[in-house]
Design a protein around this ligand. Structure first.
Ligand SMILES: [Zn+2]
Ligand SMILES: [Zn+2]
Length: 455
């Protein structure tokens, strides 16, 4: 008897142990976010765990960059039209190649990420356009990174920084700092305009990282870069300058198994030339960097020597744009494409979230005086379930005539929401039921065997 109980308890414990990692990986306690207000509320609890449960359109008001030190899972969803026009006023310390320190501001979705993890997030139509007299790094995802991990994120957008101080940098994923980035991509246009020719600035540009020692693996970068600099240039398709700026002397860095396509126009108006510009790492200031397995699909170093001509994506004095609108469909976002008739420069703006086309309502159950009815509808293009509604019988009338009942039904439309909104909870319920069934079967087998052995 005692052996049977012990055996059953052991089986249950083993099953629970097997189930526990699945719970942990699913970030059960993550706060779900489905709209802009939810994203903004991260600043109230920057140490928290968050999970995007829907695509979010940030069109309208510019985003105010926030500091973050928690776990952010994008759930494979996309944030569209992130627009940033000013850095977070809160500073962090950036470091130049001589380990000189500078109070610096940062502009990105997350201005500062400290001991954070950001995963499974897509950004489309990012527009960061910042002008400042402070030391500043501008990026799409993270401005300043400290021991931060970025996994499976994909970025598309434009970053433009006009700065007049010493430290300045632009990047696709991380402006300055250290951590890891893997299995991610950046398709970005990066522009840096040094607006003070009296200060020799330290300028950094990289498709993934401006400067620091972020370890990078399995990333795809498409970079179109422009830098007009009266100081020291550090441009790389993936990293501007790789440099261990802390006392982490044991750090062996790496940039490996990446693919890069980069075209960089720049000038360096400075007789004390550096002019680093390379397809993977602009300047390697750290001895122990593994650089392997990287594929350079395209690289152009377009240095110019006319320092009066600021280098910008749009080179026409008075550009003349044609616009073309692509409508969203069930699977793809819509957007507006702009192309300059003069120089051919083109960019995309004003993304519109993918959307289904609601079909006719189908009545599943007519309402009666004693019971509410129910109707649902699907997308007329792809058949995706788009929600159901309770049909409430509000007028107690003669029964029997279902058409009249439907006609007088008061449609209550608060019970909707696509069925696939809660796949996690349903999957977990199924898993728990399956495990419970397994435990019962195992206990029966055990009891049966014990009974047979004792005979
Ligand atoms: Zn043009
Ligand atoms: Zn559809």
């Amino acid at each position: 008897m005692n052996r049977k109980i012990a055996c059953a308890a052991m089986i249950i414990l083993l099953c629970l142990a097997a189930f526990r990692p699945a719970l942990a990986a699913g970030a059960e306690n993550a706060v779900p976010i489905s709209d802009r207000a939810g994203l903004e509320a991260i600043s109230n609890d920057p140490d928290g765990a968050y999970l995007l449960t829907a695509d979010i359109d940030l069109a309208g008001e510019p985003w105010e960059p926030i500091g973050f030190s928690g776990d952010f899972d994008g759930g494979g969803h996309t944030i569209y039209n992130l627009t940033i026009t000013a850095p977070d006023p809160q500073t962090a310390v950036s470091v130049d190649g001589n380990r000189k320190q500078y109070d610096t501001v940062f502009a990105a979705l997350f201005s500062r990420a400290e001991n954070a993890r950001i995963a499974n997030l897509n950004l489309r139509g990012v527009s960061v356009d910042v002008s400042t007299e402070q030391n500043c790094f501008a990026s799409c995802l993270v401005g300043y990174a400290e021991n931060t991990e970025i996994v499976n994120c994909s970025i598309e957008g434009r970053v433009c920084l006009e700065a007049s101080n010493i430290m300045c940098g632009v990047a696709g994923l991380v402006g300055f700092g250290y951590g890891t980035v893997r299995d991610s991509s950046a398709d970005v246009t990066l522009t840096l305009v040094d607006s003070d020719n009296g200060i020799k600035c330290e300028q950094f540009m990289g498709g993934v990282l401006g400067t620091g020692y972020v370890d990078i693996e399995n990333c795809d970068v498409t970079l179109r870069g422009f830098a007009s600099v009266f100081g020291y240039v550090h441009n790389g398709g993936i990293v501007g300058m790789y440099y261990v700026h802390t006392d982490d002397f044991a750090h062996n860095g790496y940039v490996r198994n990446c693919a890069v396509s980069a075209v960089i126009d720049f000038f360096e108006c400075n007789p004390d030339r550096r002019a680093y510009c390379a397809p993977v790492i602009g300047e390697r200031l750290h001895g122990y960097i593994e650089e392997s397995g990287n594929t350079v699909l395209l690289f152009e170093n377009n240095e110019t020597w006319d320092y009066s001509k600021t280098l910008l994506p749009e080179m026409c004095a008075s550009p003349d744009y044609t616009t073309e609108e692509k409508l969203p469909n069930c699977a793809e976002a819509g957007y507006t494409a702009h192309t300059c008739r003069g120089c051919g420069y083109s960019y995309i703006s004003d993304y519109r979230l993918p959307e289904h086309s609601p079909g006719e309502w189908a009545v599943l159950r007519d309402p009666t005086p004693s019971e509410n009815g129910l109707r649902e509808r699907k997308c007329s293009v792809c058949g995706e379930f788009m929600g159901s509604e309770v049909m409430e019988y509000s007028v107690v009338d003669d029964i029997g005539d279902t058409e009249a009942a439907t006609a007088t039904a008061d449609i209550k439309s608060d019970i909707t929401g696509a069925r696939d909104e809660q796949p996690d909870s349903r999957a977990h319920l199924t898993l728990i039921l399956a495990l419970a069934a397994l435990v019962v079967v195992l206990i029966f087998i055990r009891i049966f065997k014990t009974g047979r052995n004792s005979r």
